[in-house]
Write a protein that binds this ligand. Sequence first.
Ligand code: ASP
Ligand code: MG
Length: 417
Amino acid sequence: MKIYKFGGASVKDADGVKNFLKILKEVGYDETLIILSAMGKMTNAFEKITSSYYNKNKDLSLNIETAITFHKDIIEDLFVNLKTEILAEIEGIFDELLFFTDNNSVTDYNYIYDQIVSKAELISTKICSFYLSENGIPNKWLDVRKCIKTNSDYRRAGVDWEKTSRLIKEHVNGSSLIITQGFIASDHNNNTTTLGREGSDYTAGIFAYCLDAEKTIIFKDVAGVLNADPRNFDDTILLNQISYREAIEMAFYGASVIHPKTLQPLQRKEIPLFVKSFKNPKNEGTIVCKGANLIPKTPCFIVKKDQILLSISAKDFSFIMEDDISEIFDFFHQYKLKVNLIQNSAISFSVCLEDNFNAFNKLYEKLKLNYLCLYNKNVSLFTIRHFTKASIMKIEKNKEVLVKQLSRETVQIVVKN
Ligand code: ASP
Ligand code: MG
């Protein structure tokens, strides 16, 4: 069995769906399971629907209308023979959405989010599945919620591997082409859950693991795994091969090309992962597999923007001891601040933080009671794996370096913007 995953950018419009068909014809699709994300920026659009519903905002119907029109326009462009059927399917999904917004009485935002946002994947997979049928490619549309079972930790649900593994084997037999959704799943009460933003790579990892797949291919809008994000760096280099370990390290430091949870299941069964461009699917792209760390061996750059550098010392300038550190970390955990770098000296303790939940000010008020705190907001954290002198100079040039930390393979540099 082969697992292919197509992200939202690959099916962002009618031309994208046509290209999806073209790719399948080029690379082959026997004994294949295909995982699709929501089309283009539709997850964001459904997030908007969620918040307007949750906040009882009057934009709700307008936001739903926008999503309906977006998909209907694509359908208009793609279909002749099956147009009535696919329109009826999509209307059915939007009817379910309206039934939910009219009748739901649960107030938990995360639960509501998953029930609403998941519709975008259901729609994209219906459209692509029907489009393949329209073009003579028989396939089976699979509701992934019958296969992937999770706990009820909405918006970041944890997989029940035992049940999932059994259900996947039950629902997937190697013979036909299967189209299913990334990112979404269901809990033991059959409520829809999601695996976290950008989670459809992870879905690919789950299926590959449970089916002992021969390989997984992720089709992206970049040529493969690059040594830096082309949005931030000019001359990027394509990595031809990287080890699972290297890919996990890169994801840990914030490289966004592969969702971090995807790699462990693949590594455990040594299933090779190919990352390819959906614009040039014949090109090799990157293979993530067992073996050499990095080919070619070159410095890899990862940047995290919008960080906060916080330095904490005791009010009497005594040493910062284990009990202080333990208390401080408790606060980070409580306020959901992500710690991306730690540096300790005798009297002060510095951390680079990511404030995803807008809680830094509260944390600061709390810490100020017992400690002396200084901070810089809006700093950037650069990580270079396999650094060289020249690569460090490239980052430090014309910038004010606030913290720098070196280990054998990795250097991390916090700079002022
Ligand atoms: N559609 C979801 C998102 O945009 C999942 C994914 O694309 O992986 O986050
Ligand atoms: Mg997406």
